[in-house]
Design a protein around this ligand. Sequence first.
Ligand code: NAD
Length: 355
Amino acid sequence: MFKIAVIPGDGIGTEVTSQAVRILKKASRILNEQFEFTELRAGGIAIDTDGRPLPEATLSAALASDAVLLGAVGGPKWDTLPYEMKPEQALLGLRKGLELYANIRPAILFDALLNASSLKPEVVKGIDIVVIRELTGGIYYGRPAGIIEENGTRRGINTMTYTVPEIERIAHTAFKLAKTRKKKVTSVDKANILHTSMLWREVVSGIQKNDYPDIQLDHMYVDNASMQLVRNPKHFDVILTENMFGDILSDEASMLTGSIGMLPSASIGEKHALYEPVHGSAPDIAGKGLANPIASILSAAMLLEYSLKQKELARKIFHAVETVLGEGYRTSDIATAGQNVLSTEEMGRRVENAL
Ligand code: NAD
């Protein structure tokens, strides 16, 4: 029995998640393994029902599950609430509560969507990049942080900080993943200026030398990396980087593929893991059956790969998506004139049948 906590959230989160659950149910039949789904509330819906974005019951049920599948949270209805009451606090609370220190975001371009990218087809054809971003350290969490009053002037402060163990564990995540791919890691930092980056580079190099001599490691400054990502994205296979650089670079890498509705992610810790599409709750199209469920479906595939070690089945889901796209079916966000436009549910069914 494998326990999956399902947190659909708000807006299109509920629509796309039900299609990902459809695929997981099919996976359970293929594997002949029982999955137990528990639906939980977080985000705006939890504010409305329970008075807070991440109810205690949701966090404890997520902690008791083998994996969490999340949709998206947020929407204009809750935008004016104070910071600590916003729906997005549910995401921070889950990351912290589940101790998810590694964010894994693949950027894969489906051949059928070659023209959806804003870059030339020959530059992006065949790209297959994974960004490993450290998720619980760095400048987003360092102290002191805040806005202070000093000699009559207000000053904003953030602190970028990393300890050796924090760098070590994320480096191991990247090297282990690289072993299953092209055996190549590019570590991105700003070691010409930042002390945290100097330590980062030293620790990452040491781990590669001692534990992963068969993996090719190169280092790149973050400004150069952001340039190379659009100039020659095929240079990269696994990108390893800290929290803020990863926040920016993973968005840049993922947009090489053209559509936010196609991009899955995994956030992994020692004991827990959470899978979610990269996109938000898309209030502009919510409730209309227009949302592309593929990001959520591929997040379910990552769940099977990382939490259940079913890499082969994950690959089959990827191929099922590829088949449906190859047949010319699209949701409206990725359609061009004359193509067969499907609703969220129809796309989910097509992928299920192709699987
Ligand atoms: P968004 O990702 O929700 O939407 C951006 C644009 O992409 C919109 O035009 C939307 O229609 C489109 N889009 C997104 N996903 C799509 C899909 N699956 N299929 C088709 N089109 C899709 O980002 P936003 O508009 O900046 O944010 C909306 C709300 O979502 C905000 O409240 C924001 O805070 C929240 N948000 C949540 C998460 C999360 O839960 N992880 C992430 C980002 C934003």
